[in-house]
Write a protein that binds this ligand. Sequence first.
Ligand code: FAD
Length: 476
Amino acid sequence: MTVLPPDRLEWVEGWGMSVGAAGYVWRPSTIDGIRQTFGAARAAGVPVVLRGAGCSYGDAALRPETVVLDLGRMNRVLAWDPAAGVIDVEPGVTIRALWRYALGDGWWPPIVTGTMEPTIGGCLAMNVHGKNNWRRGVLGEHCLELDLVLPSGELRTVDAASDRDLHLALIGSFGQLGVITRARLRLKPLASGLLHVRAVAAPDLESMLRLADEAKDSWEYVVGWIDAFARGRRLGRGLLHFARHLEPGEDAAAAQGLRAEAQDLPDTMFGVLPKAMMWRLLRPFTNRPGMRWVNRIRYLAGSTVGDGAEYRQSLAAFSFLLDYVPNWRRIYLPGGLIQHQSMVPSGDAERVFARQLEAAQRRRMPAFLAVLKRHRPDAFLLSHSVDGFSLALDFPVVAPRRDELWALVREMAEPVVESGGRFYPAKDSALPGELYRATFRAGELDRLRQIKQRLDPEHRLRSALADRLLGGGALA
Ligand SMILES: Cc1cc2nc3c(=O)[nH]c(=O)nc-3n(C[C@H](O)[C@H](O)[C@H](O)COP(=O)(O)OP(=O)(O)OC[C@H]3O[C@@H](n4cnc5c(N)ncnc54)[C@H](O)[C@@H]3O)c2cc1C
């Protein structure tokens, strides 16, 4: 056994800054570099964890005493067909780089996440969804072909049609089967860089779910924000935003809006406040009384002057709302934050989400941010989606109450399992593995185990998340 070079040792964190581990970080820029990294890990007898931009909230892209294979430097666009909207990218290309590259030719990623920082490799490994999950599904449904480097060094091409089983197992398997080194994606054509947006207030959880459901077939994007502090008959109240792309002819300045620069988010809030300092201004409110007021004021504004408002908004401003305030996650320091996102079938969503919101309130740890989306099922082996809704809840991590927060996650997860729901691992830090595994149908995890055995018989690829959710040796 060789010893790994100590100068490669770095502290590697989840995006929520509440979990981290020291790892030996390699940042190769070529496939040979990836092979050498696996060679170094094998010689030292340690596992390898894959990492994109590190935007998963929890422990997906880290593991103690492990080689961290960071794909961020493999960030070239390899081929682009502007007539068909088909692009080949290396795994480290970010959503930001992708839309900026393609927009000028009238194309946009079919699925984008709430921030534009994640890489395509990381997004396929988690099979991300957007505010249009009901309409467009998950990113894997728009992936035509992949290149995969196995821990043995073998390079395989996986075609979505002819290697369907492998395609469905690989995408969404959170980096446990191989390294995605190239992805071919089909993008979405656009006639304008603007969206038509409608804002609607929902006075309670029932109306929030009903309005989202009614809007799902007529709008491209549907997203709800919930005031997680509201209780009693106001439980689950919030604001919904629906949006659709403008049709040809609706936007007189369409050519202007399809320039990447036209989409740049402004550097100031309200035209004066530098956005870079916004998170510092928010910090004094990052406590229960402060957030209660922030949520209440947002709801009151949105349910009075804002209710029913219709307006146009740039694609980037609507899609990447969470990038509006740079470094906003720092308001949660020193403990950081966790997010819990569960997906629940439509018929059970009101009951389960009400239980989750009430459980958090009863423990005096209401979510500071709560976001609702409408989902549809998909055929991927480790799918996180259902025909229903998801509720994503952000919680601050405060050292003395950490155990209680982890207990709350368990309490919120139990009714999800009972309802036949699922969990989204990209957001997870705290879910007990047995609850995650209980959401799969008979045979699904065995199938994953067989594929793992074929592609990674040494079990070189591991992560703290996979160890926890798949039960450590569960893949063995
Ligand atoms: C503010 C914010 C908003 C978000 N909004 C959404 C949203 O709307 N919808 C949604 O679905 N998600 C959302 N996410 C989650 C995020 O999109 C996912 O966690 C995504 O996987 C992050 O990509 P990454 O490049 O940062 O990957 P990382 O977090 O670094 O890694 C994610 C996983 O991918 C694996 N991996 C990385 N690169 C490769 C590769 N080349 N080959 C194989 N495996 C690899 C890693 O091992 C890990 O398991 C959001 C995250 C943040 C921080």
